[in-house]
Design a protein. Structure first.
Length: 344
């Protein structure tokens, strides 16, 4: 338990804000995106810059405090908060700066995706993935990590593990996108789930790099968005996003169109920023989220059958679903040992 005098001395020399249990802002400061997660940190600190992050981390190390880092607060299992320890909340460190000549963007550690999207699209660019990060390491040092600088640490933060340090800024490579994307969902009766799953796999395996697909088995919710007799019932659906020209998307999605008229949904050209925001309402803060995931090399018929069977058991009104996202293509071109240790 931290004594008041120690915390006050730290707060007096801290450039940002320090919030303790019992203070008026505490409950709002400790809240995270997933409503299932309800933890009570001993301190929440909001740095104004990198120097504050260093000071907070050193204070925590000297007192052996557990540290959780909150960027957007969207960690599904709640890793962006903790009980009793210190939450370093980067939400004051916002903003994205784009260099259109180099096609790069630099984002502060607490920047949200919308900030990056809007800054990049203002000059006809987009960003699907990060390439460089700047860290405050666990011992309070400030380093730059990339494929060329501190490559072992760069390998670590790309997916080999957690708690290597705190990212206070990221540098991203950008790509040109000056036309609409083709995006949307088609919904079919649950009885066609097996056929639709087969088509999803075929398109994922043979389609171009520009095409992403998702296959879902879920309830048709909200009810008012679906025709009578469909709303609230189990359905099968495929979502797509094609970043090529609309005429190329129409060609590459022809098999999905030929599958038959959907009972609901639409796939159409739309601005990239519109597509990026379509999940905001469904993924709003405060919902109680529970998820499990795994990687699959294929989509067996038996797995689809199980998803269909369990979909019929989802309680009425519940927003549960079974979702399968296509991977590979450009992602698969990254060597496996680039982001995790290769298995013997």
């Amino acid at each position: 338990m931290l004594d008041t005098r120690t915390v006050r001395a730290f707060a007096d020399g801290f450039g940002g804000e320090v919030i303790r249990p019992g203070e008026p802002k505490y409950d709002a400061a400790r809240a995270v995106w997933n409503g299932l997660v309800d933890r009570r940190p001993g301190l929440v600190v909001l740095p104004d810059g990198t120097a504050d992050v260093v000071a907070a981390l050193r204070f925590a190390r000297e007192r052996d405090l557990l540290v959780a880092v909150r960027g957007g607060g969207h960690s599904i299992p709640g890793f962006s908060t903790c009980d009793d320890g210190m939450v370093i909340d980067l939400s004051r460190m916002r903003g994205a700066t784009v260099d259109p000549e180099r096609r790069t963007a630099v984002c502060a550690g607490g920047a949200l995706l919308s900030e990056l999207d809007e800054a990049a699209q203002s000059v006809g660019l987009v960003c699907p993935v990060g390439v460089v990060s700047h860290l405050v390491t666990a011992d309070g040092g400030i380093v730059r990590v990339s494929a060329d600088e501190n490559p072992d640490l760069f390998w670590g933060v790309r997916g080999a593990g957690a708690n290597f340090g705190i990212a206070v800024s990221f540098e991203y490579a950008l790509h040109a996108l000056g036309h609409p994307v083709t995006h949307g969902t088609v919904v079919h009766p649950i009885e066609r789930a097996g056929e639709l799953a087969q088509l999803f796999v075929q398109m994922a395996e043979t389609g171009p790099d520009e095409l992403w697909l998702g296959f879902y088995v879920r309830l048709a919710l909200p009810v008012e968005n679906f025709p009578s007799g469909i709303g609230g019932r189990p359905i099968a659906a495929v979502s797509v996003l094609h970043c090529g020209q609309p005429r190329e998307a129409e060609r590459d999605l022809a098999r999905l169109s030929a599958f038959g008229p959907p009972v609901a949904g639409s796939i159409e050209p739309k601005p990239h920023l519109t597509a990026q925001r379509l999940g905001d309402v469904a993924a709003a803060w405060g919902h109680r989220f529970y998820m499990k995931s795994a990687f699959l090399h294929s989509l067996p018929e038996e797995l689809v059958d199980q998803a269909v069977r369990h979909a019929h058991g989802i309680p009425q009104g519940a927003e549960g679903e079974f979702g399968f996202w296509s991977g590979g293509r450009a992602i698969a071109q990254v060597p496996e040992d680039a982001t995790r240790r290769a298995l013997p």
